[in-house]
Design a protein around this ligand. Sequence first.
Ligand code: HEM
Length: 144
Amino acid sequence: MLMQIENPLIESIYSFPILEIFHITGYAFAIGTVALIDFRILGFGLRKQAPAQLMQDLNLWTVWSLAVAVMSGMLLYSTDPDKYYENWAFLLKLPCLIAAIVFHFTIFRKLVLKDAGTGVAKALACVSLALWASVVFGGTFIGI
Ligand code: HEM
């Protein structure tokens, strides 16, 4: 017989809102740092710094805030897995998130660090913005 383990997170009414605070803060920083680089490539924002320099300066912020967003997201998920794993928005969000993370730390990073100011870099900056926006879209519609 399988032993049922109670999730301590569902015992307090404060866990979910506190986790949501970490979740929203984490992804706001993660996507905020990525968007700063995307807009810089598109010619907006921090124009005194080269995109490659910005990428290097912001990298640890992106990595740590992404870790906070993902960890708190998994804990939010654990509060009611039966509700979320059937939720269309959640099922859309996860592959978009994986695509956004892989894209950011492979193609995008490689190209930005090469300081490519070309049309290709601008196109990839748009792809980056679209991928992260799709994650937020998915997340926003989970609770609806
Ligand atoms: C950078 C990555 C992520 C972003 C940008 C993101 C974005 C969002 C957004 C916009 C919301 C809605 C917040 C609100 O209530 O206003 C949300 C909620 C949520 N996210 Fe994420 N998320 C991320 C990663 C994850 C991960 C990895 C998981 C789980 C494996 C996850 C699970 C959830 C759950 C369960 C909710 C709560 C939905 C509800 O209100 O019931 N998230 N997320």
